[in-house]
Design a protein around this ligand. Structure first.
Ligand code: G1P
Length: 286
């Protein structure tokens, strides 16, 4: 059983400056919930009990978000606002640890920081920028593959060829609904991409990855890349690729973030009706 999740949250969030100058991009709200909360809820749903956040400077708000807020809770109690109370104290039983990544040296370096936490267990990695429709449990399907194969599993999605340079790209053989990965390249130019299958921010990794991360040279962007470590890991183990079902939102850049909010607003029972009529009104003359 997989019980541990690692959530790298040390990224600088430069695509959202100045909003992310002093606040974490993971705290950007999609309606009334920050991005990071969707990631944690997704993990809780598949039975994850222990979380490790790899944090950096200016990330205090994430710790505060998952901490108890005595004063606020008292106020809400006194005001009889129990629905809100429930919304803010739903993390009380979570076991969350924090480690600081000393320098922003890349996703691979962030994952390496998780070595003492993970010990000898397989673990899940969630990148909260990739928001997956909460109605589809990608992690559940990936865990099923892991339990059968006892080997790393990465989430994949076919993307338009002109977008491959934004992702880790893999190639592989399709068997029984999943891929056996045979090559991985971090953010290739379209001409050098082995396919259009992009790595999405959900991984099931085994502790084998640490020895490769430990000795890895900086790759794309001068950073230690998880994709590069996975590529050398192929010498030791099979890596499975799972094509995600359900919609994935790229909330890590401005347009994707906006689209995510619109999609969630259209599904929100409280505001969707008014929001739709606002949109109709807005576009009626186009
Ligand atoms: C990271 C990974 C990349 C992966 C992507 C998914 O890139 O390095 O391989 O495809 O997440 O979102 P980032 O978006 O952090 O630059």
């Amino acid at each position: 059983m997989i019980k541990k999740a690692v959530l790298p949250v040390a990224g600088l969030g430069t695509r959202f400056l100045p909003a992310t100058k002093a606040s974490p991009k993971e705290m950007l709200p999609i309606l009334d919930k920050p991005l990071i909360q969707y990631a944690v809820e997704e993990a809780v749903k598949v039975g994850i009990e222990e979380f490790l956040f790899i944090t950096g400077k200016h990330k205090r708000a994430i710790e505060d978000h998952f901490d108890k807020a005595y004063e606020l809770e008292e106020r809400l109690k006194r005001a009889g606002k129990y629905d809100l109370l429930e919304k803010i104290n739903c993390f009380e039983n979570l076991n969350i640890a924090y480690i600081r990544q000393k320098e922003p040296k890349g996703l691979g370096d962030a994952i390496l920081c998780a070595k003492p936490f993970v010990k000898d267990e397989a673990f899940v990695v969630i990148l909260s920028d990739d928001l997956i429709d909460p109605d589809h449990s990608v992690l559940h399907e990936m865990i099923k593959i892991y339990e059968e194969k006892k080997a790393p599993v990465i989430a994949l999605e076919a993307v338009p060829l002109e977008e491959v340079s934004r992702y880790g790209i893999v190639s592989g053989k399709k068997i029984d609904g999943y891929y056996i990965v045979d090559n991985l390249i971090e953010k290739p130019e379209p001409a050098h991409a082995p396919s259009n299958l992009a790595i999405i921010g959900r991984y099931i990794l085994t502790p084998q990855i640490f020895k490769y991360l430990d000795s890895l040279q900086p790759g794309r962007g001068g950073e230690i890349q998880l994709t590069d470590a996975l590529k050398v890991l192929l010498d030791e183990t099979v890596i499975y690729g799972y094509i995600i079902e359900g919609k994935r939102y790229d909330a890590g850049e401005k347009l994707g973030y906006l689209k995510t909010i619109v999609e969630f607003a259209l599904k929100d029972t409280e505001i969707s009706y008014q929001f739709v009529s606002f949109l109709k009104d807005k576009f009626s003359n186009l």
